[in-house]
Write a protein that binds this ligand. Structure first.
Ligand code: PMT
Length: 406
């Protein structure tokens, strides 16, 4: 945890029952060598006393934006500049919404807007609030803005329900914060290419063949690698998602365009992760004008698209290749078949018929199959699944490289 040693950390606390865990978080941050300053919202003060946080942090706790006494010591802009890292734990649904909206109507939201330091949030709320569309939307915005989201965990909640929404344990939050400050995390220096989303195979100028991929899984994988320090090239089919904050993004439409974009940039990549749901077939020819409905039946001849993943894995200097296998039955058997047929290092079997898994959902479950073993990831938020997958791929890539070193 050396990354936190000597660092200036602002710990923001918002008003939820998990606020009581913030005292332990402050203590652990101090134990890791960080200088901690605590800022509490008005509702956080209803849950835990500023005196407790003052005792633990060893510094006066700030609660108000327009506090002339505190502002005369270190005004809020100076305070925002002081921070090497800002973490809001617990972060309520209301605070996430205000942060996503760019509000600056109290000290904590103002600091979050005024700081140039990395910003992390550890959400905590009732499981239904966590799964609500508004919260999901706010998280998409925050992640696209570069805010790191830590947790939440699953389990029994203060409201008596069970599910996702418990604030992550303080030790896990401290470990995640150390990772954010790490100058070179495990994936640092790696060049990673990710394909994401569907492809669109045009029939005529207004119609085409596509599928239900939203791009969420692929974008989460790209973001997880970027956050872990990798230099990420994302080749994306047509989706409705904000850019995930990677070094380079190439937008394409058809499988052939995706193939061309991948091969134009594959040289020098260390890892290739094919999450895209690529159309296996395209219409043999594309009409230049809209097809009129003059006939009772129309015959469409489809021809095979090139297999992008198999072609990358067959390169002489092939990167470490990870495929995804979307299946609805005999998931593991078919996925293993793709591992062998496409000569992959890993394949992520994705049962897309299971509820809360696969196309367009916010959550997923993967069985990551290698030649010697397999690891299950999830069920969890796609962002969480992507983070664990990123760690696993990085580890396996290093093991393979070590084994190949003379
Ligand atoms: O985008 P989301 O809504 O978040 O959904 C995520 C997902 C379900 C799309 C994703 O998790 C997933 O399973 N992606 C793979 C989908 C798929 O089409 O699998 P496949 O079994 O047809 O293809 C196997 C592998 O070969 C995939 O890695 C695919 O990217 C690749 N492939 C396939 C065909 C082709 N012509 N070129 C390829 O590179």
């Amino acid at each position: 945890m050396g990354e936190l040693n000597g660092k200036h950390v602002i710990l923001g606390i918002t008003g939820g029952i998990a606020a009581y865990k913030a005292a332990e978080l402050a203590r652990r941050l101090k134990d890791a060598g960080a200088a901690v300053r605590v800022v509490m919202t008005a509702s956080a003060v209803e849950f835990v006393s500023p005196l407790t946080l003052q005792a633990v942090s060893g510094q006066p706790v700030r609660t108000r934006l327009l506090d002339s006494e505190a502002e005369s010591g270190m005004d809020h802009i100076e305070f925002a500049r002081w921070a090497d890292l800002v973490v809001v734990a617990p972060a309520t649904a209301n605070f996430l919404a205000r942060l996503a909206g760019g509000f600056a109507d109290d000290l904590l939201s103002t600091l979050c807007l005024a700081t140039e330091a990395p910003l992390a949030v550890a959400p905590a709320m009732n499981r239904v609030m966590w799964s609500k569309a508004a919260t999901r939307r706010n998280l998409v915005v925050l992640r696209a803005d570069g805010v790191r989201v830590i947790g939440p965990d699953e389990g029994s909640q203060a409201c008596g329900e069970t599910g996702p929404g418990r604030m992550s344990e303080p030790a896990d939050i401290v470990a995640a914060l150390a990772g954010i400050l790490s100058p070179r995390s495990a994936a640092g220096g790696l060049k990673v290419m990710v394909t994401a989303g569907p492809t669109f195979e045009a029939i005529d100028p207004v119609r085409g063949i596509t599928n239900h991929s939203s791009g969420k899984m692929g974008y989460a994988v790209a973001r997880a690698f970027a956050e872990a320090g990798a230099r990420v090239t994302l080749v994306s089919g047509p989706v409705h998602l904000p850019p995930p904050g990677v070094e380079r993004q190439i937008d394409v439409r058809s499988a052939q365009e995706m193939y061309d974009a991948v091969h134009a940039a594959i040289a020098g990549q260390h890892v290739f992760v094919a999450v895209a749901a690529v159309a296996d077939y395209r219409p043999e020819s594309q009409e230049s004008h809209k097809i009129k409905k003059n006939e009772d039946t129309v015959t469409l001849t489809l021809v095979r698209n090139p297999d992008i993943l198999a072609s990358v894995a067959a390169l002489r200097d092939a990167p470490f290749c990870v495929g995804f296998a979307a299946e609805t039955r005999d998931v593991e058997t078919y996925a293993r078949g793709k591992l062998e047929a496409k000569k992959l290092d890993l394949v992520c079997a994705n049962d897309v018929s299971a509820p809360g898994s696969g196309f367009n959902s916010d959550t997923n479950t993967l069985l990551v199959i290698g030649r010697d073993d397999s690891v299950r990831i999830g069920p969890a938020d796609k962002e969480e699944v992507a983070r664990i997958l990123c760690q696993l791929i990085t580890k396996r890539y290093e093991q393979k490289n070590r084994a190949q070193d003379p």
